[in-house]
Write a protein that binds this ligand. Structure first.
Ligand SMILES: [Mn+2]
Length: 370
């Protein structure tokens, strides 16, 4: 049997709303051509209470499927237990089967699959919830068995202790484990654990530049194939400048965009601009031109501020007191440029501005006497 697995369609995602519909439609149409059944691992919608236009789109997309669809809800759709979430609503409006803590079977040409689904739960309860659901589950010994969840995975994230782990999932009695939630494509446990990734970009991060699509799992070959769906290209670029002025930055950004747009006119582009500006300029002085579908992350450093912070850090490392840092700064700045004693002036400044001014006046007089 061929099982299509897709996830995180995020229908209605505001920044790329049209893409969210178009790319989910494409995945659905393609899966209908190539598979016998579809599994959808949550975050079908982007929000708990989607607008009516989004609900209509979702109903149209899921109704267009000629093969059965089994789905769970994700964290973006999770609502209180007694409330209706949008995936439940979709289940009521279409023929899709929504699973949460229960298992369903699907049979074709004498071959049977059994899917146990668990909608998203808060990460700290995930392990206990999975164990609880699996304990109550009545395994169909003659079926190819699948667990479908929508959770973070410890080994794939920064490593939060409370997250569900592959270590916990591996010994569970399933032929295949499917997860949503993570927006890039992942295959682990020798292909027994699969994450198809999202069908649309939702974060302007480098990881999202990978192709969008879905998996087809072949139960006889026990092998998954990733199917890329036609989607708008996403580029994540970095520009590093040095001693740059307003026009330098704008020129570098424009050139980068032109280079990409030449081959991909409708690409989504994120550009991180880093580096040092000319003396006296701060990131806010740089006026970036507005481009459609271009997201600029201005991380430019003003030269003076950067140097100052570096000096303070350096002196803090030498364990100098604030008073000593102040004096050292003053001496460094005035060395060779003034005809008064910096250390004395500093002491006078600590006494008060009047005293400091008086000292400067006296010094001027003295200087003239020479
Ligand atoms: Mn998601």
């Amino acid at each position: 049997m061929k099982i299509a697995i897709f996830s995180d369609t995020h229908l209605g995602y505001p920044r790329f709303e049209d893409d969210s519909y178009i790319q989910a439609e494409r995945a659905m149409a393609d899966a209908n051509e190539k598979a016998d059944v579809i599994l959808c691992a949550g975050d079908i919608f982007d929000t708990r209470i989607p607008k009516l236009e989004t609900l209509k789109k979702a109903i149209d997309i899921f109704n267009s499927s000629k093969i059965p669809v089994f789905a769970i809800f994700g964290n973006h759709e999770r609502r209180a237990r007694e409330m209706t979430n949008p995936v439940h609503l979709l289940g009521a409006a279409t023929k899709i089967t929504v699973l949460h803590g229960n298992a369903e079977t699907f049979e074709k040409n004498g071959e049977r699959i059994q899917i146990l689904g668990m909608g998203s739960v808060p990460e700290e309860y995930a392990e206990a919830a999975v164990r609880n659901v699996v304990e109550k589950y009545e395994k169909d010994e003659k079926a190819f068995t699948i667990l479908m969840i929508h959770q973070s995975i410890k080994e794939l994230m920064a490593g939060d202790e409370k997250e569900l782990s592959l270590e916990c999932l591996e010994p569970l009695p399933f032929d295949l484990i499917i997860n949503g939630h993570i927006h890039n494509t992942v295959s682990k446990l020798n292909g027994r654990f699969l994450i198809p990734g999202s069908t649309v970009i939702t974060q302007l991060k480098k990881e999202e530049t990978a192709p969008k699509g879905y998996y087809i799992y072949d139960t006889s070959a026990k092998k998954a194939t990733f199917i890329e769906i036609d989607s708008r290209k996403f580029f994540y670029e970095k520009i590093i400048v040095d001693d740059a002025g307003d026009s330098d930055v704008r020129k570098a950004v424009a050139e980068k965009i032109e280079g990409i747009r030449k081959d991909f006119p409708d690409a989504i582009i994120a550009i991180k601009v880093e580096g040092k500006l000319k003396e006296g300029l701060t990131a806010r002085d740089i006026s970036m031109q507005e481009y459609q579908n271009v997201y600029i992350d201005n991380r430019l450093d003003s030269k003076d501020l950067g140097t100052k912070l570096e000096r303070i850090r350096e002196m803090r490392n030498q364990k100098l007191s604030v008073r000593e840092i102040g004096l050292k700064n003053l001496l460094d700045k005035t060395r060779g440029k003034t005809d008064f004693d910096g250390a004395v002036f500093f002491e006078k400044l600590l006494e008060g501005t009047e005293e400091a001014l008086e000292y400067l006046e006296q010094n001027k007089k003295k200087a003239r006497e020479f």
